[in-house]
Design a binder for this molecule. Structure first.
Ligand code: GLA
Length: 388
């Protein structure tokens, strides 16, 4: 009787809106226009970038979301309040661009803002959420990055939920990427709202510089160190897009940045110019053994096991009893690593060691690992139970 009553009540309750579940079982991978091009974007640039992602092997390595960041809009909505793409730079409109990307096997991402205007001063979504979500659905959008400029006194949780509900109502599954920079600790409330959330201000193309609202990746790493418990399949911490291959990174920094973002189960959104990528950069971004750690189905974010100057140790638990371990030299001098595996107390028994960047099997954890480690560089190993 009680059960029947409960079922009747449930049937009467309005269906709670939800995010589209299951769209990001592993961290989303793709490319975003912002880090290299800022608002200087156009339909032809996005198409060229997509073509380069395909021809360089990046698409095959897993980069499938092509995200058009701030700068695609005309300065005003039309008379009906619809968003309008900039007619000079996106002359065929966003549906045509989405069709182009889909035909090439990519997913189509777009940027807007939860406030009245984007950070670049173009029309934001506030008050137009349901109308905009219908437009995105009709353009074939698969991924929406939603920024937090010009939000006034709006409440972040309510505002992002409104957009989530609008996406749900429009009916097209869209990955919802919250970009409120960690201001209101989205890791504590956004799991049911979006699939990923930024945890910090904007990344800068440097190791350890800082601006008013932006920071080098060394500082982002510090913030992420406390957030591992909040990440998992379909709800990821987002430490911002990659600067791998950009002019502010040495080869070691590009490699370390990519490694650590992979360890953090971060979305891997390349932010370089894929049309002019060096072979070194391509090798980093398409290293499938590193990407496999990032995309591991267990979906765990690495935690920092040790923090000594020059000798940080990060560990990421993988499916099937395996581990990824990263030794990171955060100092400006070369250090000599000596790893007695027995000291890594999270390990159980003996493991085979695979050095991922050297692409070499190193034997077993019964022998200590010794290696010099250059400034801002990493040694990355995958450990597999020896019995497997
Ligand atoms: C904010 C975001 C960036 C980028 C710019 C666009 O700063 O955090 O990632 O989208 O806006 O204006």
């Amino acid at each position: 009787m009680l059960k029947t009553l409960a079922m009747a009540v449930l049937a009467l309750a309005p269906l709670a809106a939800q995010k589209f579940e299951g769209l990001a079982p592993t961290p989303p991978m793709g490319w975003n226009s912002w880090n290299t091009f800022q608002a200087k974007i156009s339909e032809s640039l996005i198409k060229e970038a997509a073509d380069a992602l395909a021809s360089s092997g990046m698409q095959a390595a897993g980069y499938r979301y092509v995200v058009v960041d701030d700068g695609w809009e005309a300065p005003e909505r039309d008379a009906q309040g619809n968003l309008v793409p900039d007619p000079a730079r996106f002359p065929h409109g966003m549906k045509a661009l989405g069709d182009y990307l889909h035909a090439k096997g990519f997913k189509f991402g777009i940027h807007n803002d939860a406030g009245t205007k984007t950070c670049g001063g173009l029309p934001g979504g506030r008050g137009h959420e349901f109308q905009d979500a219908l437009a995105y659905a009709s353009w074939g959008v698969d991924y929406l990055k939603y920024d937090w400029c010009n939000h006034g006194t709006a409440n972040s949780q309510e505002t992002y939920k409104t957009m989530r509900d609008a996406i749900r109502t429009a009916g097209r599954p869209i990955v919802f990427s919250l970009c409120e920079w960690g201001d209101t600790k989205p890791w504590t409330w956004a799991k049911d709202t979006g699939h990923l959330w930024r945890t910090t201000g904007d990344i800068m193309d440097c190791y350890d510089c800082q601006g008013a609202y932006s920071l080098g990746w060394k500082f982002i790493l510090e913030i992420e160190a406390d957030l591992a418990q909040y990440a998992g399949p379909d709800h990821w911490n987002d430490p911002d897009m990659l600067e791998v291959g950009n002019p502010g990174q040495t080869p070691a920094e590009s490699r370390a940045h990519f490694t650590l973002w992979s360890m953090l189960a971060a979305p891997l959104m390349a932010g370089n110019d894929p049309r002019k990528m060096s072979e070194d950069t391509r090798q980093v971004l398409t290293n499938r053994e590193v990407i496999a750690l990032n995309q591991d189905p267990l979906g765990k974010q690495a935690t920092r096991f040790m923090k000594h100057v020059g000798k940080q140790i990060w560990a990421k638990e993988l499916a099937n009893g395996e581990w990824a371990v990263c030794f990171f030299n955060d100092s400006d001098a070369t250090v000599q690593l000596r790893i007695d595996w027995a000291n890594l107390t999270f390990l159980k028994g003996t493991y085979r060691i695979r050095d991922i960047w050297q692409k070499k099997d190193l034997g077993r954890t019964t022998t200590a690992l010794e290696a010099p480690l250059a400034p801002h560089d990493v040694v990355l190993v995958r450990l597999s139970p020896a019995g497997l």
